[in-house]
Ligand binder design. Sequence first.
Ligand SMILES: [Zn+2]
Length: 217
Amino acid sequence: MITKTTPTRGQVGQASRAGTLALVGGELAFNFTNTTSGRGGARHLEHLGRPEDLAVWAHHAKIIGKKSARDLQRRFGDSPGLAGELQHRALELRDVVYAIGATLAAGKPTRSEDVDRLTGIHAQCVRVGHLRKIQGLYGWTWNIETYPVEAILGPIVLSALSIVCQADLSRIKQCPGRDCGWLFFDITKNKNRRWCEMEVCGNRAKQHRLRKRRRPR
Ligand SMILES: [Zn+2]
């Protein structure tokens, strides 16, 4: 029998889905915050539990190529210090981007500590990056061999700054779905996007409403 169910984002204890997560944040930095869901709740899901997951996700999000992701995972074996540093600094960046994004989505002013932390991470990354012309456009690049942590975090922190510095902060939204909390940048004309994914949180909420209505009194 084939049972049709709402797609899920994996269950607690299951293998990481870092390589297949939906990239629906509209901005790289929000896709990064969306590597976990249900923060602080009983159904909290973490897809970046290991440094290897970060390498897999960075390739999935097109920050690094397939070969670089594989080389990086190989380097983790030789250098647990590098793996630990990447994991620690990546989750720190994810926390701060989430704090800023969720605050702006709620229409509140950001805390200066969070913004200072973000600009501090930006400074660390830019210090070892290079501004280069690639395919006619100037952009920041990092040598992944020499600076693997910055090569992954650099593009994310630049994306986060572009979100904070853009004109219309009301396009920053947080999915109201149960156990979700995903952030996204709403680019719809009327700014009426509500869900991270209609097929996931939108349908779940609809089914919940229907079940409530059918419940005998
Ligand atoms: Zn959602």
